[in-house]
Structure formats: C-alpha cells, structure tokens
Ligand binder design. Structure first.
Ligand code: COA
Length: 326
C-alpha cells in the first residue's frame, strides 16, 4: 500500500509546477493554469487574508493531493474559512482526504479563535467525499445543481419574441466592448451594476463590495473574459439594468461557462434576463461552442429560467458547513 506524507506547501517553483499538473488532473474540465499563474495568484492574494496549503506526496515523492485553507476576500465573512481538497484520480481519496483534513485542521489551529465556520464544496455524486465531510461534522448548507445547454439542439427562433419584448421595454443590449467605447466611466458603472446584482445571489456567506481596482482584477483581468460575450442592458434613461456573460475557461472554446446573470430589482420580470441569456446563446452558437455550462442555487429564479431555456440538469455542487469550536 502506498504511504502518503503530508507536509506544508513550500511555494517553490517546482511545487507550483507540480500543483498545476495536479489541479489539471483533479479537474480536467477546469481552466488550465500554469505554475507561474498559480504563483502570481498567491503573490497577489491580499496579505491580510489567509491562504495556506498542505500537500500529500506518494512514496515516490509525487504530489498527489492538496488541501487548501483560505479566506474568501470577495466575501464579507471575517469568521469563515474555506477548505478545498484536490486529489489525483489515480490515488485513493478515502486515504488522502483524512490526511489533508488533518493538515487543514493544523492550519486552523495556528489561527485559533479567528474562524468560527469552515465551508467546503463537493459534488453530490462524489460519495466518498460527501460521506467524509458528513462524518467529520460538516452539514449540507446549500445546493447548486449544475446544468448544460446543448447548443446544436437549441432553436433560438422559439425565443425571438424575447428581443421584441426588450425593444418594447426600451432596453438596449450592448456588449462590453461597445459599452467601454461609449462610456468613459465604464469600469465604475459596471462595478456598481454587478454589486447591485451580486447582493441577491444565493450564497452561504454574504459578498463584500469590491473597490473598482478589485473589480478590475477579479473580473476584467480574468483571462477567460470574452468582451463580445459579455452583455449589458441599458435603459432608455441610460441606467444599467442587467448583465449576462460567458467565460472561456475551456481553451478550445467547445464549452463556455455562464457567468453572472442579473437584473436590478426595479426591472425584474420584464424578460430582460431571458433576452440577455439568448444573446449569450447566440454568441456561443456563432463561435462554434457545443455547450454552455452553469450551476445555480436550487431554489433560485435563475435555475427556473435556465430550465425554461432548455438547460438540462446534472449533479449538484453542494456547500457543506462545519461550525468550529471556539
Ligand atoms: C434571476 C434573475 C436574473 C431573473 O431576471 P429577470 O429579468 O427578472 O428574468 P425574466 O424576466 O427574463 O424571467 C424569465 C422567466 O424566469 C422565471 N423567473 C424569473 N424570476 C423568477 C422568480 N422570482 N420566481 C420564479 N420564476 C422566475 C419565470 O419563468 C420568468 O418568466 P415569467 O416572468 O414569464 O413567469 C433576477 O431575479 C436576478 O437578478 N436575481 C439576482 C441575481 C442572481 O441570483 N443571479 C443568478 C446567479 S448567476
């Protein structure tokens, strides 16, 4: 039987390269990131927010799993830490998860009294992981069914009336590149629109309002952003009332991931989100994508809207929460 050794991640260049390979093996559909990308992200992580990792090595000294313990600086939850476990599919989770969790608990022990909750996400069909979390004092807090839209089968003509409705409401859809050209204050206005929407997005922890610089780094600086697939709804009075966008995390562009869709409260139930989502679907079809993927909280109107458009349900992501002893 392989013996695994867990020790703190040392942040050497070699370890970042090993981490990049491991993350790719653990989540082949995720955005591929190089060791250099990961090193830069860590370097740019706010210094007052926790980010620590422990890594598990096989007897041959190959990095086969990583446990991260971090604070989500984009949330307003000073007492919450998050745990994330990535394991290589060729190595047994049942053996690795307890070892990584022990390492994460060691990190938390060094910050005793600072955190009251630990949040960890798992796919509902990953039974070993779900059972491990439940056995270790985590409870299911929120479910986010993932869903897929098959683009070949999608018939946009059925939904053409959505664009008429948008015109009747005197709402103009713009791409991010159009908006950027028309509006000198585009970054701040887009940050403000996103902030109005984000506050209504279901989450176990409330979100923090980002500064324009933070918004720029988190959203506009994301290499997966596609300006022509980022739609913004503008009212005839010039107010920004909604957005919907796609992210190109799959480098081949066969799969596009739905980003934040939202409409400000005063303008809901007028078909704005439907029309903006249709624009994203049209973009995806025109650019040769095969699927759009997303996940939404199970009771949210967004999920209802996506199902109405033809998204089909897949296993859910589940946020588990463990209350920590003082
Ligand atoms: C979800 C959201 C984007 C919907 O925007 P919208 O412009 O009001 O949606 P639409 O008018 O296009 O609604 C289309 C259909 O979706 C469903 N729907 C929308 N809102 C709903 C609600 N509150 N309850 C139940 N069904 C709803 C309905 O079937 C609706 O059709 P109908 O009005 O003819 O009944 C909006 O509620 C929102 O911004 N929520 C907060 C942000 C959020 O959670 N975003 C998702 C995270 S990515």
């Amino acid at each position: 039987m392989t013996v695994y050794t867990v020790r703190p991640f040392q942040s050497s260049q070699q370890e970042y390269e090993a981490l990049a390979s491991l993350l790719h093996a653990a989540s082949p559909g995720g955005r591929p990131e190089s060791g250099e990308d990961l090193e830069r992200e860590d370097r740019e992580w706010p210094t007052d927010s926790l980010m620590a990792r422990v890594a598990a090595y096989s007897d041959g000294e190959e990095m086969v799993a990583v446990g991260a313990c971090y604070e989500a600086y984009w949330q307003e939850s000073p007492f919450t830490a998050h745990a994330r476990f990535d394991t290589h599919p060729a190595h047994p989770q049942v053996q690795l998860l307890p070892a990584l969790f022990e390492g994460v608990q060691g990190v938390l022990a060094r910050h005793k009294g600072r955190f009251r909750r630990l949040v960890c996400r798992a796919k509902e069909d990953d039974r070993d992981r779900v059972d491990f979390l439940l056995r270790n004092g985590f409870q299911e807090a929120m479910r986010f069914p993932s869903s897929t839209l098959q683009l070949e089968a999608f018939d946009a003509s059925v939904w053409a009336e959505a664009y008429d409705r948008l015109a009747q409401e005197r709402i103009r859809p713009l791409t991010l590149s159009q908006f950027r050209t028309e509006e000198p204050d585009w970054k701040r206005r887009l940050r403000d629109l996103r902030w109005k929407i984000v506050q209504d997005v279901p989450s176990t922890e409330p979100f923090a309002k980002p500064s324009v610089a933070e918004f720029e780094e988190m959203v506009l600086g994301d290499p997966a952003l596609v300006e022509e697939a980022f739609f913004i709804a503008l009212s005839d009075g010039g107010a920004l009332v909604g957005m919907s966008n796609l992210w190109r995390n799959d480098p081949e562009g066969r799969r596009l991931d739905a980003g934040l869709t939202g409409v400000i409260r005063s303008h809901r139930r007028r078909g704005i989100a439907t029309a903006l989502k249709l624009r994203t679907v049209e973009f995806a079809q025109a650019n040769g994508a095969e699927t759009i993927e997303t996940s939404n909280e199970e009771g949210s109107p967004m999920l209802a809207l996506n199902f109405k458009l033809g998204f089909e349900s897949n296993p859910a992501w589940v946020d588990f929460v463990k209350e920590l002893q003082a």
